[in-house]
Every structure is written in C-alpha cells, then in structure tokens.
Design a protein around this ligand. Structure first.
Ligand code: PNS
Length: 162
C-alpha cells in the first residue's frame, strides 16, 4: 500500500500543546506529516515570523521522525497538490471550530476533490487553548507553562524580553 502523506496547516503563532498533541497523533496515523506554517504577508500582527515558528515546531517535535515543517503562501490546496499529499489534518476544539472548518473542508474538496480533510478531536485538556489567548496571557506575564511546549516558552521569553 502506498504511503499516506498528510499536511497539517495552520498559523502556529505560536505552537501550543493542542497543536503538539494533534501533530503527535497524526504522526502515528499517517506515514509522513508536513506541518505547513502559513506565511501570510498581509497579516501584520503576527508575533513570530514564519521562520521563528518553524524553529519552535522543529524543537518541540524533535522526538518525531516522520514529520517535516515548512512554510507556505497562498492557497492551501495548491501547496497540498505540490506536496502530492492525500490528506489535510485539522484539529477540532469546539462546535464553533467545526462550523468554520466544515466550510473550509468543503471549499478545499471542491478545489481538490482527491484530497480528504481528516479531523482529529482536540484532547479535552487543551480544548480551551488558542495561540491568541497564549499571546495575550504571556503579555501579562502570567504562568502558562502548562499549556505550551518548552520551545514555545523559551521563544516567548526571548520575544517579550527583546
Ligand atoms: O491556525 P489557523 O490560523 O486556524 O490556520 C488557518 C489556515 C492556515 C489553515 C487557513 O487560513 C488556510 O488554509 N489558509 C490558506 C488560504 C486558503 O487556502 N484558504 C482556504 C480557501 S478560502
């Protein structure tokens, strides 16, 4: 049977434990998982550059052997096609995520019918965690070490002290 290549796309600004859990679980299900970091040049309020985000993910995922981390620009389906992947992986925290992701999955399947979106339910431990909240709380110097990998914690400390 041919190897199944999955792409897990996102902003990852920055990586948190919910993302890491999805990556670890996807890496057990698929032969190779590409973590695709959106490089959105129009988005001016990112905290980390795409390269900084890639570095954090690589550090946090150094124990996984079947993943790669890259950035992409433009339409996700074009990137997935270029990678010759068969699956798009998404994590679902809530019904609100589901409603949004359902539309995205339909659009992506309309554009690229041979690729399936596979949803992994976020572990309940991380169902309230988002990158937006992590950045907000980190700005107030509160302890969020239980919600993010060590690599993210280090990068946040560097960023906030620079
Ligand atoms: O972590 P995020 O910010 O929820 O990730 C969103 C992402 C990167 C998966 C989504 O914005 C995306 O796929 N962007 C690329 C543009 C695209 O293909 N849009 C879908 C068709 S309208």
């Amino acid at each position: 049977m041919s190897k199944v290549h999955a792409v897990y796309p996102g902003s990852f600004d920055p990586l948190h434990n919910g993302h890491l859990d999805v990556i670890e679980r996807a890496s057990k299900v698929f032969n190779i998982v590409t973590i695709a970091v959106l490089n959105n040049s129009q988005k001016k309020n990112s905290m980390f550059t795409p390269n900084e985000r890639i570095k954090i993910i690589n550090k946090a995922c150094s124990h996984l052997t079947n993943i790669e981390v890259e950035s992409f620009e433009g339409l996700l389906v074009k990137y997935v096609q270029k990678k010759e992947a068969r699956v798009i992986v998404k994590g679902l925290r809530t019904i609100a995520d589901y409603e949004y992701e359902q539309l995205m999955a339909h659009i992506n399947r309309y554009l690229l019918p041979d690729v399936e979106t596979v949803f992994l339910l976020t572990d309940p431990r991380w169902s309230f965690v988002s990158s937006t909240r992590i950045k907000e709380i980190a700005n107030y110097d509160a302890d969020i070490s239980g919600l993010i990998p060590e690599a993210t914690q280090m990068a946040l400390l560097d960023k906030l002290n620079s």
